[in-house]
Design a protein around this ligand. Structure first.
Ligand code: NPG
Length: 369
């Protein structure tokens, strides 16, 4: 495939409500949207880096610079571009998986649109709809939390994830369990907010029969997670620690996790995400699809991924209105607690030009030299 130009747009979109985690509070989403312009199709990829490097070292300004100065020149040097060849061609740039994922996804989308194949079919999806989970930020009080959770359950969400941090863990979990009962699919996410010394405190979550605790310890502390797994009964799921299929294999082998959160941006794209899915499936480790407050562009691709067979737990894939009043695509809406997997070619959705224009802060375009 020939790529005539790559365009990167910076968007700024207000969130419907502040999203607080152990890492900080997000009140708006600043993000990059990458477009690959080819003679026969435009492909789209969303870069999930946040405005500040709190979740990981990547952030919007540097992702834009890396795409412009390092990734796009390598893409044009490829001549004939395919999605499969992207990652090998970009290995001389270390790190920056979110920037790489956005560019690879734009290429993959363009390629699949030309071929008339949906991303879901290309990846090996086996479902027409996926269960929707919702991630609930830290609130000012337990009554406020219960109100938010009740609202999401009324909307039909099939699984609740509570963000936790030291000082906001056992009591909110207890309150949610007491109010909504033992059948609620409930899990917690610490975003690396604890240390191994907190193990016995975290064991106090055991009686609440959570589906999992996500990333309790530091990103690089696989041995600590393995040790923690011997102390707490709640299954450990890793997010930030898993940066590739290789690191997933190591984490599983060490006993650091028994469940994996797959975020395509964190691992360099949907093709590596599928490899992690396959590896986990072969080892009997269930996976679920994480979220990074995506717009409809990133959400569409995540929904396709989450339709693969070993995505057996509901993901952080919510309806568009969980985050945005007006999404840049037709909104994803819940149908009986599920989101429909797009069936059109590529990611199966397009930005709505007027909405896209209204949230665009800047556009950079680099033609093939
Ligand atoms: O539904 O898209 C979503 C958000 C899910 O909780 C969510 N994301 O660590 O998984 C995470 C978390 C997050 C995203 C935290 C961005 C901080 C910033």
């Amino acid at each position: 495939m020939k790529v005539d130009a790559v365009e990167v747009r910076r968007l700024r979109m207000p969130l419907v409500s502040p999203f607080r985690t152990s890492l900080g509070t997000e009140t708006e989403r600043e993000l990059l949207l990458v477009a690959a312009l080819t003679p026969d199709a435009i492909g789209w990829g969303e870069c999930v880096a946040m405005a500040e490097p709190r979740y990981s070292s990547e952030y919007v300004d540097e992702a834009e610079a890396v795409i412009r100065d390092h990734l796009v020149p390598r893409l044009f040097a490829m001549g004939d571009v395919t999605a499969d060849a992207m990652a090998p061609s970009l290995t001389t740039v270390k790190g920056h998986p979110m920037a790489k994922a956005a560019l690879e996804t734009a290429i993959l989308d363009a390629q699949l649109r030309v071929a008339g194949v949906s991303l879901a079919d290309h990846l090996g999806a086996v479902r027409a709809a996926v269960d929707a989970g919702v991630s609930v930020g830290i609130t000012d009080s337990i009554p406020a939390l219960l109100e938010v959770v009740a609202g999401h359950l009324d909307e039909g969400y099939r699984r609740i994830k509570l963000k936790i941090e030291p000082g906001w863990d056992v009591e909110p979990v207890r309150a949610v369990r007491e109010r909504f009962g033992d059948d609620l699919l409930l899990q917690v996410d610490a975003n690396a907010g604890y240390r191994l010394a907190d193990a016995h405190h975290l064991a106090r979550l055991d009686p609440f029969e959570l589906l999992l605790i996500e990333q309790p310890l530091a990103d690089d502390d696989l041995l600590g997670h393995a040790e923690l797994a011997g102390i707490i009964a709640t299954p450990i799921c890793l997010d930030e620690s898993i940066t590739s299929a290789h690191s997933a294999a190591v984490a599983i082998e060490l006993g650091a996790c028994t469940i994996v959160n797959v975020k395509p941006g964190r691992v360099g794209g949907y093709l590596e995400a599928r490899r992690i899915h396959d590896l986990c499936a072969a080892r009997g480790v269930p996976v679920w699809c994480g979220g990074m407050l995506e717009t409809g562009i990133g959400r569409a691709a995540n929904v396709a991924l989450a339709a693969l067979p070993n995505f057996t737990l509901p993901g952080d894939i919510s309806a568009s209105d969980r985050y945005y009043v007006a999404d840049i695509t037709d909104p994803f809406v819940l149908h009986d607690g599920r989101l429909r997997v797009p069936t059109g070619p590529g990611i199966g959705v397009d930005p709505i030009p007027d909405v896209l224009r209204s949230v665009t802060v800047s556009v950079e375009r680099w033609p093939r030299p």
